[in-house]
Design a protein around this ligand. Structure first.
Ligand SMILES: [Zn+2]
Length: 139
């Protein structure tokens, strides 16, 4: 049975809006922008709330989510990146539709399924950045 493999550093161009998302892993926190104007989470990071134009501020989320959909890459497009690996869209438990594309780690490729409970973990991604990736939820 094939297992997911360690990920290489992700390219992470840090800007003002996405800084918290990419650096929260240093303190073990997944930081997502929160709009105080309309009380909702906003991702991907932007400068202002797309719904109300309000100011956004990063807040920690639980780090729990579920696999919304996924694919298994078995082709070595980049010889320095070991295969297979799982590319997934994870939906966070905090809000329906609050999703982002990530990698799954720490599980057998054949065990991954839609709706699988997962939790965030972080991988160093160069300089000050930490890539949020997900593993099967422990509880
Ligand atoms: Zn808003």
């Amino acid at each position: 049975m094939a297992w997911t493999t360690p990920r290489p550093p992700h390219p992470t161009p840090i800007t003002g809006a996405n800084r918290a998302f990419w650096t929260g892993g240093a303190s073990g926190q997944l930081l997502i922008q929160w709009c105080t104007g309309c009380a909702r989470w906003v991702h991907p990071p932007v400068e202002a709330c797309p719904a109300c134009g309000g100011a956004l501020a990063p807040r920690p989320v639980s780090g729990d989510g579920t696999v919304f959909t996924f694919t298994v890459n078995r082709h070595p497009f980049n010889p320095s990146v070991p295969v297979p690996y799982v590319i997934a869209i994870v939906e966070l438990v905090e809000q329906p539709g609050l999703r982002f594309t990530t990698n799954l780690v720490g599980c057998a490729v054949d065990d991954v399924h839609v709706g699988m409970p997962v939790e965030v973990t972080f991988e160093p991604a160069g300089d000050e950045a930490w890539a949020p990736v997900f593993r099967p939820r422990a509880n």
